[in-house]
Write a protein that binds this ligand. Sequence first.
Ligand code: 1GP
Length: 244
Amino acid sequence: MHVRKTLEQIITFRPAHLTLIDPAKQPADRAGEVAATADELGTDGFLIGGSSGINQANLSATVNAVKKVTEKPVIFFPGQDKAYSLTFDATLFISLLNSRNVRYVVGVHAESAMLIKQLNIEVLPTGYLVIAPGMSVGEVGEANLIDRDDQWTVCGYAAAAQLMGFKYLYLESGSGSPVSVPPEMVKAVKDTVEMPVIVGGGIRTAAVARQLLEAGADILVTGTVVERHEYKQRLSEILAVLQR
Ligand code: 1GP
């Protein structure tokens, strides 16, 4: 599977949706059930990862459970923990551009890059920007959070990411955030760069998803929605917005 091609084929005719599954948040069998449901409802792929609490055991078990129930891309979303599974279809090669710590901008990447090349793992080179409130990824990633109304700064980073050759830009307000990235910010970024923009954090309702898509988001990521007990209705409403 060529994940970048698959995603880009989708977003040429409609926005895409990825379901984030954090292996630290539920046992692997529930992750498999959630993935089967999300797949059936029309999600376009899966991101597996989280900012803490991931180990080799829970990561591998979760990836295997998800791969068992879907043919769609299953992509690694790296955090600070050191674990990996060779069954991933691709890895988000994420640079947290507004981190104060150079490790998250390029350091951890240098530690894994040779292996990634040797194993010929597909990467999705992604400039990652954490917007306030940022939640735990903001803290763990030591981000200089971008204020929610600071279009100047976010567009500066976005333009820099494009000039540096990243293939995707990811705007993140943090998993579990009470608010998504502001739609006005997504629009300002889309007016600035010509690359797919991924938006995640705080997307819980179809209304919020619609605003972000109207602002130009190419790919929406939701995680917390599927961690709730009764998520089917919510997720199907969000996915319905993408299909229109
Ligand atoms: C992925 O952080 C998001 O970018 C997921 O956020 O858990 O708030 O949906 P939620």
